[in-house]
Design a protein around this ligand. Structure first.
Ligand SMILES: Nc1ncnc2c1ncn2[C@@H]1O[C@H](COP(=O)(O)OP(=O)(O)O[C@H]2O[C@H](CO)[C@@H](O)[C@H](O)[C@H]2O)[C@@H](O)[C@H]1O
Length: 512
């Protein structure tokens, strides 16, 4: 294993920073670089369950042009065995039932600095970050992710023995949500941002877990993280952070309604009144380059549809599909209720009957995994399913398909539809959350309104009609390929938010 943990107590990563050059412009740039700690349970380079892994890999890198953003993640087995050297740079003491842990530092090949929370009894396991290989949540998830939050708080307080201390802490989703909470309970004043990538995952545990987490009594009341008789990590992130963001403007509005608010809409409406909730859309990174992506059998640009076709033939071979002139539909998704996979299963026969073929890749809930396998068995040569996930195959599918099926019940932002657009595959999606913000109906994809197979099928029929009109199809493909935002364009709103929080802290004033 290449993950030697050296014995130093000091954070040597400072040694790789560009030395300051007096009297030069670079000096000024370094002077204004803000130190940001980005706390996340996933980082696509090392471990990814879904879109949060992509964002945690892309956003800190995009921000690093102007800031010094470092990521903190748990030292899961996959992280410790990733082959990247890990230097021992600090430690955090135990607290209640949270065991003490070490902090390692990993510098990825492009220079991204990643702090790794090393605590084998919590993280050295087979399975995913959240559960075992059968999809069952780890019983001690409250301890595992409270440990993450408290370690971040210690780093922010300067008590983790690191030589680096953040000026802003940015925590993501429920697994990192106790970061602002512990910081608040300990009287720390470093500004905190909490980003909700998915409000439906809340990190709930029994109120009786409170002593294990070492919570103050105020935490267990309605004004704290109590939620319908349980403790909610997600609510803690909302209550105790200085500002909450979510990953599209439309979803930021939707979560203040009963339909999408998961019971938290009242407090989210309150956040809006305080000007403490906003939507900042996700982007995609530069690797989504249809001409130069090494995973594709043939790179292509807009209007080089013959080259795109070579990718279609490749996907047909990958999934054992018959070659035909009919459209190829792709599903690249976590197989969970949110994504409306059941709706795709309902309309699949109609797609096949009209000459379409469907290729499905993804994993998730066991019953949905079995249902897609069964669909493929029923339509040999017309429907192919690969239950599992790998990035290379996903990229080939975005490049080779004509349409991406994404009938999500809700979608905070969605990345897959943007990946598909960039690779000339038109998303067919429900007009919800970030899907409604990133897809222009009839121009860069197709939208439908109702969570029903009728509404969905109507959009699929419109897509099929466009497919029969090559001129229109190609015009839409070209528009779609030019439409997704790169991360660079999403970075400034985060930077502006950090500036605002720092300015408010400096003036000692309340945020308005
Ligand atoms: N079975 C699987 N295993 C591993 N990876 C898989 C997978 N199936 C698909 N993927 C990949 O995961 C990513 C999916 O990202 P999305 O943003 O579309 O959804 P997700 O629900 O995971 O993310 C949540 O967080 C992101 C980030 O903010 C929001 O965009 C989104 O709306 C929200 O639901 C893509 O890179 C895709 O290729």
């Amino acid at each position: 294993m290449g993950n030697a943990v050296a014995a130093s107590r000091f954070d040597q990563s400072v040694l790789v920073e560009t030395p300051l050059k007096p009297q030069s412009k670079i000096t000024n740039l370094h002077a204004v670089k803000k130190k940001i700690l980005f706390v996340s349970p996933e980082l696509a380079d090392l471990i990814k369950v879904g879109g949060l892994g992509d964002v945690s890999a892309s956003l800190p890198r995009a921000m690093n042009a102007d800031h010094d953003v470092r990521v903190l993640i748990p030292g899961y087995r996959q992280v410790m065995e990733s082959g990247h050297a890990i230097r021992d740079v600090g430690s955090v003491p135990g607290h209640a039932a949270l065991p003490p842990a070490r902090i390692g530092c990993m510098t990825l090949p492009d220079g991204l600095v990643v702090y790794v929370l090393i605590c084998p009894e919590l993280y050295d396991r087979d399975g995913t970050p959240y559960g075992d290989s059968h999809g069952r949540d780890w019983q001690d998830n409250h301890i595992r992710f409270a440990r993450l939050g408290l370690a971040a708080a210690e780093i922010a307080a300067g008590t983790a023995c690191l030589s680096w201390c953040p000026e802003v802490v940015h925590a993501n989703d429920w697994p990192a949500a106790l970061t602002p909470a512990y910081m608040s309970w300990r009287g720390q004043t470093t500004p905190t941002v909490f980003t909700v990538h998915n409000l439906a995952y809340q990190g709930l545990c029994s109120l009786e877990c409170s002593p294990e987490l070492g919570l103050p009594s105020s935490a267990c009341g309605h004004q704290g993280m109590e939620f319908y008789g349980r403790l909610s990590f997600l609510k803690a992130g909302l209550v105790y952070s200085d500002h909450v963001t979510t990953v599209s403007e439309n979803y930021a509005r939707e979560i203040t309604t009963e339909e999408f608010g998961c019971g938290l809409e009242g407090m989210l409406q309150f956040k809006v009144k305080l000007n403490q909730l906003s939507g900042i859309p996700n982007g995609i990174d530069d690797s989504w380059d249809s001409l130069n992506d090494p995973h594709l059998v043939q790179g292509f640009e807009a209007h080089d549809w013959e080259a795109k076709r070579a990718n279609t033939r490749h996907v047909e071979r990958m999934f054992g599909l018959e070659q035909s002139d009919g459209p190829l539909f792709a599903v690249v998704s976590r197989l969970v209720q949110q994504k409306g996979i059941d709706l795709t299963l309902e309309i699949a026969d109609a797609i096949v009957a009209q000459g379409g073929r469907i290729a499905i890749i993804g994993r998730g809930e066991e019953d949905l995994e079995e249902a897609v396998r069964e669909l493929a068995r029923r339509h040999p040569g017309r429907v192919g399913a690969n239950v599992g996930f790998n990035e290379a195959d996903a990229r080939c599918m975005f490049a080779g398909s004509d349409f991406l099926l994404m009938p999500s019940r809700f979608e905070p932002c969605g990345l897959s539809q943007m990946y598909a657009q960039r690779f000339g595959s038109l998303p067919i999606a429900r007009a919800t959350g970030g899907l409604a913000d990133t897809i222009e109906d009839g121009v860069t994809g197709f939208l439908f309104n109702e969570t029903s197979s009728e509404s969905y099928l109507e959009a699929v029929q419109r897509a099929m009609a466009v497919y029969r009109n090559p001129e229109l199809l190609n015009a839409m493909r070209a528009r779609a390929m030019a439409s997704p935002l790169y991360w660079k364009q999403s970075v400034e709103p985060y930077a502006a938010l950090y500036r605002k929080l720092l300015a408010a802290k400096k003036s000692g004033g309340k945020l308005v």
